[in-house]
Design a protein around this ligand. Structure first.
Ligand SMILES: [Zn+2]
Length: 482
């Protein structure tokens, strides 16, 4: 039989997407797999030998949790097992068209190809016009999502984002152009969306979504589309959707693979039914570390836009109770069944999540166990292990490299290069609202740079203790030492 290995786990399985195993039961198959690839074991099982909570195992398209005998279920040669870890991503309530006024002649011609579809028609187009959709993030998924929703005539589009466009965003975030580098993503997105369809009302929330503001922001929207790339926000969006009774149109991406579903709709499962708990920090790499094929968020963002439009229209079969898996390398779309878990902490019979919690802490990212960083002349000294942990968690850190170009050519760790002496002239390339981590070779020049930035009004600046040398020694030996 075949076992499908997801991208994040392939490095521990000889880089193979599919492994052939001879076995009589699911348990036997998984045991044989971990014997063949011992490295996989710690990613799949806890030290007590239990399957980890963020790993789901499917026999064909069925979650083994819902199969009689679970791991002891018999398997045939023609069966396949899929391992589905979480990755760093009932009937719908359709919108009442009465809130929207009639279509103008301009709208009639703009949406004419919708109007002649019986499933949309004028009634459907008026529903779209009345609909209020909130997109979390104007990045890879948010770009195609908001562009197509604007083009389709969704009346109100809310966007939550506090990021600035960077050059490294442009290969996938097609809502932003080269000239937008350095601008807030919200402003750049607004310009693009207005150019596509000036009829759309755009509501900008230039903030990080938090437990304090989420329910207040969600209040004025009908559907939430999650385009985030980190676990704390994903759980926050899920729980806020469950608590406010709004559908959560979800997608996530990693390298060449994506997932999509519709969560928290009436009667359907939520994200926590699938993944009750997040993976420990560091075990699942982020896109910043693992990379992502530029078109992938395009594909998944359009799946999200399609689901949003179907929910608004009340037409078709939404991705409720189904997890769509997209593998662009094989160009294969698969689908797995999702069940509403009666014991789900968020949407189960006796939910324990009755209000929004501290999601950073829930995802193991709180600094509780980590002592506060030592300070030097008012600058926190970040350890390389901390930087690695926070990068893995997909945190929005900006890495500034203040070494010389020739050093950069020898070894680098993905920072934006501004040599120390050029910093005063080039300080405008930096965004004071971002959390900055400055590094050099050993930590001396970067300390001077960090102090200069702090004096220039930058409030969130860290110095990377030990610099790229410590990074090479303690985190990534592939980075050359010099
Ligand atoms: Zn649930």
């Amino acid at each position: 039989m075949q076992i499908h290995i997801p991208t994040p786990l392939r490095p521990y399985a000889g880089k193979q997407p599919v492994v052939d195993i001879a076995a009589h039961t699911v348990a036997e198959a998984l045991t044989a797999l971990t014997i063949q690839f011992p490295e996989l074991r710690k990613h799949l099982y806890t030290e007590q030998g239990k399957l980890r909570a963020f790993v789901n195992v499917y026999l064909n398209d069925e979650d083994i949790r819902y199969i009689d005998d679970r791991e002891n279920a018999p398997v045939k040669e023609s069966d396949s097992i899929s391992i589905i870890p979480s990755i760093a991503g009932g009937l719908p309530t359709s919108i009442a068209p009465s809130q929207a006024t009639a279509l103008t002649p301009e709208e009639m011609s703009r949406y004419s190809r919708h109007l002649i579809l019986p499933e949309v028609g004028e009634t459907g187009q008026l529903k779209l016009k009345a609909a209020r959709v909130l997109c979390i993030g104007a990045g890879g998924l948010g770009a195609p999502l908001t562009m197509y929703l604007a083009a389709a005539g969704v009346g109100t589009l809310g966007i939550v984002d506090f990021d600035v466009v960077e050059a490294s965003n442009l290969h996938r975030q097609v809502i932003h152009g080269t000239n937008d580098v350095g601008r807030p993503k919200l402003d750049s997105a607004e310009d693009s969306l207005r150019a596509i369809n000036p009829n759309v009302k755009i509501v900008k929330f230039e903030t990080r979504l938090t437990s304090e503001n989420a329910l207040k922001i969600f209040k004025d929207f009908d559907i939430i589309a999650d385009g985030t790339d980190n676990f704390p926000t994903r759980y926050l969006v899920n729980d806020a959707c469950v608590l406010s009774g709004k559908p959560n149109v979800y997608a996530s991406i990693f390298r060449f693979e994506g997932q999509a579903s519709v969560f928290a709709s009436e009667g359907g499962p939520c994200y926590r039914c699938l993944y009750p708990e997040p993976p420990p920090p560091g075990l699942v790499p982020s896109c910043a570390e693992g990379g992502v094929l530029g078109v992938l968020p395009g594909l998944l963002g359009i799946v999200q836009a399609t689901e949003v439009i179907k929910l608004i229209l009340g037409e078709g079969q939404p991705l409720v109770g189904r997890l769509l898996l997209v593998d662009t390398m094989a160009m294969r779309f698969r689908e797995l069944k999702l069940h509403k878990n009666p014991e789900c902490p968020a949407c189960g019979v006796q939910p324990t999540v009755t209000r929004l919690i501290d999601y950073e802490q829930f995802c193991g990212l709180a600094s509780k166990s980590v002592p506060p960083a030592p300070m030097l002349n008012g600058i926190p000294q970040m350890q390389v292990e901390d930087l690695k942990r926070r990068m893995d968690a997909g945190e929005n850190l900006f890495l500034l490299d203040v070494r010389e170009p020739y050093e950069f050519a020898i070894a680098q760790m993905g920072g934006h290069l501004i040599p120390l002496n050029d910093l005063p002239q080039r300080i405008r390339e930096l965004d004071a609202s971002r959390e900055l981590v400055v590094h050099c070779k050993m930590g001396g020049r970067s300390q001077i740079a960090a102090e200069f930035l702090a004096k220039s009004g930058f409030k969130k600046v860290h110095n990377l203790a030990g610099g790229i040398t410590a990074w090479s020694e303690k985190v990534d030996p592939k980075v050359p030492k010099y």
